[in-house]
Each structure stands twice: as C-alpha cells, then as structure tokens.
Design a protein. Structure first.
Length: 109
C-alpha cells in the first residue's frame, strides 16, 4: 500500500510555491500593460486628436493611399479633391495630415 500514499506525499510539499506563481503572473500582467496596452492607447488618442483637427485646405493621405486636399468637412466624412476627382472619404480613413493649413492663410483668402 505504500505506492498509494506516494502521490499524496509529493503534492503536500508544493503548497509553498503557490504565492510565487501568483506573483509571477501578476508581474507578467503588469509588464504586458506597461509595454503593450498603455502605448497603444496613447497612439490611439493621438490619432483621434489628429483626425479631429482636420480643417478645410489641409493636404491629407488616406489609409488607401489617396492623397488630396480637403474641400468640405462634416462630422463623419471629408470631401477631398484628388487630382481632378472629388471624393468623399470617412474621417476614420485618414492616415496622416501631410500639410496643415495655417489659420492666418485662411483669413487672408
């Protein structure tokens, strides 16, 4: 009957390792937050601010690679002039503002 009590004796001594395992897991989640989740939220916030700041006359590039000048803006979309074509693109599809129009230039026109 000695072989039946052997597994019970082996598991009785590992009770002290539980707090170390929990501490390692908590440490991994903290590292995940600081190295992945926090910078991603910061980038998303910067992109949202950039998209809110688009004004008429700005030169923009869309996610699809279309380059154009903003003619008119609405709450969710932008009307742009690309070459000789006028297009409507969604505000979320703007990748970058290539050239920002200064407010002083708008007042002069």
């Amino acid at each position: 009957m000695k072989f039946l009590s052997l597994p019970l004796e082996a598991t009785a001594g590992t009770g002290g390792m539980d707090w170390i395992t929990i501490a390692i897991m908590i440490g991994m989640f903290v590292l995940l937050y600081f190295f992945m989740l926090r910078p991603q939220k910061k980038r998303e916030k910067e992109v949202a601010e950039m998209r809110k700041s688009i004004m008429v006359g700005d030169h923009i590039t869309t996610n699809g690679g279309i380059v154009g000048i903003v003619l008119k803006e609405t709450e969710n979309s932008l009307f742009i002039l690309s070459g000789t074509q006028k297009l409507e693109v969604m505000r979320w599809a703007v990748r970058s503002i290539d050239k920002k129009v200064d407010e002083t230039e708008e007042e002069e026109d």
